[in-house]
Ligand binder design. Structure first.
Ligand SMILES: *[C@@H]1O[C@H](CO)[C@@H](O)[C@H](O)[C@H]1NC(C)=O
Ligand SMILES: *[C@@H]1O[C@H](CO)[C@@H](O)[C@H](O)[C@H]1NC(C)=O
Length: 244
């Protein structure tokens, strides 16, 4: 009996010692051509975009070290970010969403670079419109349920979005409501008025990606990002409530 207690105690010490009980791996998900260009969202003016290629979506899949999770959370980042938004490489896990969701609660998480961002495919900008984004989510949810990503056939898919990721989940849920079992929308509200001065200021700070990241080659000049770190801080962080 005391042997078991001692082992449990040792295990707790081990976990409490910074050894995590979850693991992450980078994955590349192919979105087949048959899954692309199939959705029309006419009221947005993005109808029937066709594409020559399949897409590759880069993601990070995190799983608990033990047990087989039934639920996966698909994490969709906001504008000017990529999947690192969910696990900032800063502060040894202080800002890690997977650390909380996977380590503490036993969910699986899959954070992706949305089409046209990070390490995923960068097609011409017209192809990164909401209907193509939704087409990639639809394909990924299907692949998650079929066990094609990470080898686990998940029973439930939870769509978790931040800001534009949340907006895109609204479109996704409207077109394919049975793709997701739950949705979590953060940093977003319904009545955003993009004509207000803060948005005008935001747009005025956007520059072609190549100006900020000379090593990143965009297919056209509509690929933009924020001009400076100061601009990012002024739009997305609330001084002095952030670490730097
Ligand atoms: C995933 O790829 C990124 C960038 O290429 C790298 O920094 C990170 O360590 C990789 N993560 C894992 C779990 O291998
Ligand atoms: C898009 O394609 C569908 C199916 O082929 C067609 O019914 C629809 O009229 C097309 N929409 C536009 C705006 O071209």
């Amino acid at each position: 009996m005391s042997g078991i207690l001692a082992s449990i105690f040792a295990l707790i010490l081990l976990l409490g010692n910074g050894t995590s009980a979850y693991r992450c791996q980078n994955v590349t998900i192919t979105i087949p051509k048959t899954d692309i260009g199939v959705i029309e969202i006419i009221d947005l003016g993005y109808a029937n975009i066709t594409t020559a290629e399949e897409y590759q979506i880069s993601g990070t899949l995190c799983l608990p070290n033990s047990g087989k999770p039934k639920i996966v959370q698909l994490l969709l980042h906001g504008v000017t970010y990529d999947r690192r938004y969910w696990d900032f490489p800063y502060g040894s896990g202080t800002y890690s969403y997977p650390k909380a969701a996977v380590d503490s609660f036993g969910f699986a998480t899959l954070a992706i670079d949305r089409l046209g961002t990070g390490q995923s495919s960068w097609p011409p900008t017209l192809e990164t419109a909401p209907n193509q984004q939704v087409a990639t989510f639809h394909s990924i949810a299907d692949q998650l349920r079929k066990g094609r990503i990470g080898g686990i056939a998940f029973e439930k898919v939870v769509a978790v979005g931040h800001s534009r990721g949340a907006l895109l989940i609204e479109y996704w849920a409207a077109v394919f409501p049975t793709d997701m079992d739950h949705i979590v929308l953060t940093g977003w509200y319904r009545d955003v008025d993009i004509t207000t001065s803060v948005y005008k200021r935001f747009y005025s700070e956007l520059v072609p990606v190549g100006q900020v990241h000379p090593n990143m080659e965009a297919p056209d000049s509509n690929y933009v990002t924020l001009s400076t770190e100061d601009a990012r801080i002024s739009f997305f962080f609330h001084s002095p409530m952030y670490d730097q």
